[in-house]
Ligand binder design. Structure first.
Ligand code: BG6
Length: 471
């Protein structure tokens, strides 16, 4: 028996994708390299090709999405399809520009409102080699690239600047799982996030100053942090972790400054790690101005964290290989992950904790009363799945249950007054997962990556049935 029986009228009911994870064809039509291409090739584990060949098969996938009752889709533009080496010139790559026009047109034809992200973990290689977001030149190029997109893609009314600043920083500079694969570089991790906040803010300010139509926002993944026990030490560790994972970014986006409490907590982490953060005086003016002009806030939610106080040396175990019991990470001053045995986990050892999403929504409304409309821009469950051709649909009742529980948490917060207006499942179809290749499946649509055949999962039918309750 399902918890959610009816969707609110006008609810945005969508699914999410990201360019590098779906398009494939990374060498086609003049696309430039991104930070991942050479790294994946050298590592030899996974290739971003073919992914789900969305570059060619988007008409089929969008039609399925429409038939499943979706009314919106989240997609990202690959910067290097438009400007192959990242630098913005007067001569964008025509094939790339035309591709996105065709794609947006097809979305609209299928009554899918496109919500478009400009940067989803895919910095152009040239700019990445020069420091990525740590180099302020990247900010300037990003602003120019965004400006180009706003002018060119008039089909789009809903824009998100950057996806999940904390995941990018954590994976690049703390856990070493994304290029440039650094470990425990707290200075780089915090500086990159600050610089990305400034980049976002500059784009918002430009969007408004130039009077572009539509709405603009930023996407944060929020992992609520709970102390392992009620001891003062564990509660303080959880506060520190929360400041690093969530509060710093929410403050920078929604307040336009880092509150005294946030600065205090971040300073404690910086001192413990002998790290530094550089903020220019003009940054704060830019953040402040933008904070009043965000039209939307995208929240991605996957799981919570339980944290205990910890003084030992830094350690990290990434759970990219899907082995159970391997998701511990810690560095100085942010406590250590511990398991709460009462919380079930996925095949990848990610906590399944829908209450955390309710807590996140209530917290944003409470701590940031001027927050803009919220969309859940990602939520979903990665699993090991295989197609059984003797069956009509792949049985993923666990995913239905997962979505149902999280949706119930969202609607509960909404009923209590939180302004949340939509949900995008991660993901529309099975796609390429950054550190897990093709083994970790999230889709409503099962993709056989060898043949590129599509099959529906049971969750797709449930998604469709629920879409009909909106009227
Ligand atoms: C989010 C990202 O962090 O989580 C997606 O925005 C990503 O790009 C998703 O794929 C799931 O992560 P993973 O590592 O399981 O693919």
């Amino acid at each position: 028996l399902k918890r959610v029986k009816k969707l609110p009228k006008g609810f945005v009911w969508g699914a999410a994708t990201a360019a590098y994870q779906v398009e494939g064809n990374t060498n086609l039509d003049g696309k430039g390299k991104i930070m991942w291409d050479d790294y994946l090739k050298n590592q030899g584990n996974f290739s971003p090709n073919p992914a789900c060949d969305f570059y060619h098969r988007y008409p089929e996938d969008l039609k399925i999405a429409h038939n499943l009752g979706l009314n919106a889709i989240r997609i990202s533009i690959a910067w290097t399809r438009i400007f192959p080496n990242g630098y913005v010139t007067d001569e964008p790559n025509e094939a790339g520009v035309k591709y996105y026009h065709r794609l947006f047109h097809e979305c609209l034809k299928n009554n899918l409102v496109p919500y478009v992200t400009l940067h989803h973990f895919d910095s152009p290689k040239t700019l990445f080699d020069q420091g990525d977001w740590l180099n302020r030149e990247m900010i300037d190029e990003f602003v120019k690239y965004a400006d180009f997109c706003f002018q060119e893609f008039v089909e789009v009314d809903n824009w998100f600047t950057i996806n999940e600043l904390i995941s990018l920083a954590m994976c690049q500079y703390i856990q070493g799982t994304f290029p440039p694969n650094k470990l425990f570089d707290v200075s780089d991790a915090i500086q990159a996030q600050h610089n990305e906040l400034v980049a976002h803010a500059k784009v918002v300010n430009l969007f408004k100053a130039k009077g572009y139509k539509g709405r603009i926002g930023l996407i944060h993944v929020i992992q609520p942090v709970y102390p392992a026990t009620n001891s003062e030490a564990d509660r303080h560790a959880a506060d520190l972790r929360d400041a690093f994972m969530n509060r710093f970014l929410l403050d920078g986006t929604l307040l336009g400054f880092y509150s005294d409490r946030t600065r205090h907590l971040i300073k404690e982490i910086l001192v413990a790690n002998n790290a530094e953060l550089h903020i220019l005086p003009e940054d704060l003016e830019i953040l402040k101005q933008a904070s009043k002009q965000n039209d939307m806030l995208g929240i991605n939610y996957y799981q919570n964290q339980t944290v205990a106080s910890y003084d030992g040396p830094s350690e990290t175990y990434h759970n990219g290989n899907g082995k159970k019991g391997s998701s511990v990470f810690a560095f100085h001053g942010v406590g250590k992950d511990v398991r709460n045995p009462a919380i079930p986990t996925t095949d990848w050892d990610w906590n399944i904790y829908p209450e955390g999403l309710y807590d996140v929504l209530k917290r944003i409304a409470h701590d940031y009363p001027d927050y803009p409309v919220i969309y859940i821009t990602e939520n979903g469950m990665g699993a090991k799945e295989a197609w059984d051709s003797s069956k009509e649909y792949l049985d993923d009742n666990y995913r239905i249950d997962f979505i149902d529980q999280h949706l119930a948490a969202i609607l509960k917060a909404r009923n209590e007054g939180v302004n949340v207006q939509g949900y995008f499942l991660w993901s529309l179809q099975d796609q390429f997962s950054w550190s897990n290749g093709y083994n970790k499946r999230y889709g409503l649509i099962y993709v056989d990556f060898a043949s590129q055949d599509r099959h529906l999962k049971r969750s797709a039918l449930w998604f469709k049935a629920l879409s009909k309750t909106m009227k």
